[in-house]
Structures are given as C-alpha cells and as structure tokens.
Design a protein around this ligand. Structure first.
Ligand SMILES: NC(=O)c1ccc[n+]([C@@H]2O[C@H](COP(=O)([O-])OP(=O)(O)OC[C@H]3O[C@@H](n4cnc5c(N)ncnc54)[C@H](O)[C@@H]3O)[C@@H](O)[C@H]2O)c1
Length: 324
C-alpha cells in the first residue's frame, strides 16, 4: 500500500513509518516541514532519503487531497496534531489543527472514494474523564466520555466526525486511543516525562517526573504495530478502540526502571498527583477485531529505550534539547 502519514516526522510517525517499511508498504510523509530527526533514531540514512515527503499543513484546504492524488495514495494514517499543553494554551489553534485538520483528511477520503481503503486516526485516551467518575476495573469503549481538556474534546469530536463520514459517505475509519506512549523520539507533550526520565538515566543526570499515580505505559513499537494492523487488517467498522500496555503506578515504573539500571534509584524521582484521565482501559475490542497484539513487557520496553538512548549518546547523536 502507498500510505500517507500525516505528522510523519513526529514521534508516532517515525515508529509507524518503520513498521510500514518492515511490512513492505510505501509510506509517504506529510508534515509542516522537513525534519527527519526522529526518523534518524529508527531508520538508516538510506531508508530516510528514499522516503517521499510532501510539505504541507493539514489545515490548508485541499492540501491532503492534493497530496493523496499526486502520490497515488491508497490509505491514510492521520497523526498530525497539537498536544495537550498547546491546546490548553491556544485552544483556537488546537481546534484548527486537531479538528479542522482531521476534517480535511476525512474530506480527502470522501472525495477520493474507494481509492482510499482506510483512514486510521490518532485519537487519545484523553477522551476519558478523571478516574474518580468511573467504576473500578478496566473500562471498555462504551462508558461516558467527559474529557477534562480541550485536547480530549477535540479528539472526541474527531471520533464522532469519522463515524459520520462513514455513515454519510462510506469512508472507512478506525480511531485509536493511546495513553502514555514511551520510547526514543518522545520529546513533547504532557506524558513525555517517563521517556525523558529514561533519557536522563542514559545521560547519568537526575530527573523528576512531575506527577505520580497510575498510567498506562505503551511502548512505541507496539503502538506502531497497532496502527499498521488497523490499516491493513479486515475492517470491522468505524470504531474507536482503547489500547492497553502496562497499567502501573509511577512508583512501579520507577521500581522496574531500577531493575533495568540500578542508578535510577538515585537519579530518578517522581511526584504524587494522579493525571486526570482514567488509566485502566480494556483493549478486548481491539484484540478481538485486529489482534493478537500483545504488549511488550515494561522492563523490556524500558531496556530497549535505554539502549537506543545509550547508543545515540555513544555516537554523539543524542538530542537533549527537550530536557531544558
Ligand atoms: N505521544 C502520545 O503518547 C500520544 C498519546 C495519545 C495520542 N497521541 C496522538 O498521536 C498523534 C501523534 O503524536 P506524536 O506523539 O507523534 O506527536 P508529535 O508532536 O511528536 O508529532 C506531531 C507531528 O505533527 C506535525 N504537525 C503538527 N501540526 C501540523 C499541521 N498543521 N500540518 C501537518 N503536520 C502537522 C508536527 O510537525 C509533528 O511532526 C497526535 O495526534 C497525538 O495527539 C499521542
């Protein structure tokens, strides 16, 4: 398949492009500007220079449509978007990029009809409200969505719009709701701190994760695999799916990180406040429709992340600009 990956130079983009190439597909990157720094973490220079790139803004009317036509695209993975802190600080920009930009993607798929076989959208676990409003135990997709952020409402709006494009026009969509995704390349957003902690561990620097409580830590490679499976597997309807990785307290994350490298005991610390998104989500629907998609154990994902950071450091290629 020729797959347009919007936001292809982002964190998810890098891992998804790698997964697409490994499965024999041809990714075409669509992003605001040429910036392969995250791709350089997971791909060779040769692989990167062979990737088609379309420079564009998802919000520009017809930019995605024209990219799909010019590049003879037959599937779209839509990742371009602004994250929680930016949407909080600049909600109008957040709505423009996250909502209008997604409508541009869906509109392109509508106009191109059957030549676009699937659109997979990055939604988010932020469509869920704070843990206190839900019963205990893993939550399925059919509970009340009461996001606590503009970002969460924008994602929920996108899920709804995707369904309507299916009902009204037959566009085949799948929306995915990752929680905290970690791994090399994760350098922005509210939940980038566990990855930054691992990067500081590689550097031998102290780092404090500003929050605590329970969250769902999902390894980047696993999430990339889910996106590609939902693009290429037999379609099961215009659904929005929860993902599930390692649902752990940050204290447990810290304990596991200490088993990977004991220096984490003195270098890495954390706060106590629980993030206000329900952390215990059930992924039975995703596993039933597109599985099996077993998650990498947390210790293995953290060890792989640390190794990549250490290798980059040894080669003088570790970007630390995200650490402030
Ligand atoms: N990282 C996570 O843990 C996480 C969790 C849940 C959902 N998500 C969602 O997954 C998607 C990808 O996340 P990420 O971590 O890769 O984000 P990222 O910030 O690393 O990458 C986003 C990419 O989108 C591009 N972009 C932004 N605005 C654009 C525009 N107007 N036109 C074209 N490109 C634009 C950026 O240049 C960047 O390359 C986002 O939609 C995000 O909301 C991420």
């Amino acid at each position: 398949m020729r797959v347009l990956v919007t936001g292809g130079y982002g964190f998810f983009g890098a891992w998804i492009v790698r997964e697409l190439l490994a499965d024999g597909h041809q990714p075409v990157l669509f992003d605001l500007e040429h910036n392969p720094r995250r791709l350089e973490i997971v791909l060779s220079g040769e692989q990167i220079s062979a990737l088609p790139f379309v420079q564009g803004d998802v919000c520009t009317h017809d930019a995605v449509l024209n990219a799909c036509k010019d590049q003879q695209i037959d599937g779209i993975i839509h990742l371009a978007g602004l994250q929680v802190p930016t949407c909080r600080a600049r909600p109008l920009d957040g709505a423009r990029v996250n909502v209008t930009g997604t409508l541009e993607v869906l509109e392109a798929a509508r106009i191109l009809g059957e030549s676009i076989s699937r659109v997979v959208l990055a939604s988010s676990a932020a469509v869920f409200g704070p843990p206190g409003i839900y019963p205990a135990g893993p939550l399925s997709e059919d509970v009340r969505n009461v996001p606590g952020t503009h970002y969460g409402w924008f994602k929920l709006c996108n899920e709804g719009n995707a369904r309507v494009y299916g009902t009204d026009h037959g566009v085949k969509t799948v929306a995915l709701r990752p929680w905290t995704v970690y791994g090399p390349g994760r350098d922005v957003g509210m939940t980038s701190e566990p990855t930054k902690a691992v990067k500081c561990l590689a550097l031998g620097r102290p780092y404090k994760i500003s929050y605590g409580g329970i969250q769902d830590l999902q390894y980047a490679q696993d999430v990339a695999r889910v996106f590609v499976r939902c693009l290429t597997g037999p379609w099961k309807g215009p659904n929005a799916y929860n993902l599930r990785g390692a649902v752990v307290d940050i204290a447990e994350f810290h304990r596991v990180l200490c088993t990977v490298d004991p220096r984490a005991a003195e270098l890495i610390s954390h706060g106590t406040s629980q993030l206000q998104i329900a952390p215990d989500l059930c992924d039975a629907a995703l596993q039933r429709d597109y599985g099996p998609l077993p998650p990498t154990p947390l210790a293995d994902g953290l060890a792989a992340t640390l190794k990549i950071f250490r290798d980059l450091l040894a080669n003088g290629q570790l970007d630390t600009s995200d650490l402030g």
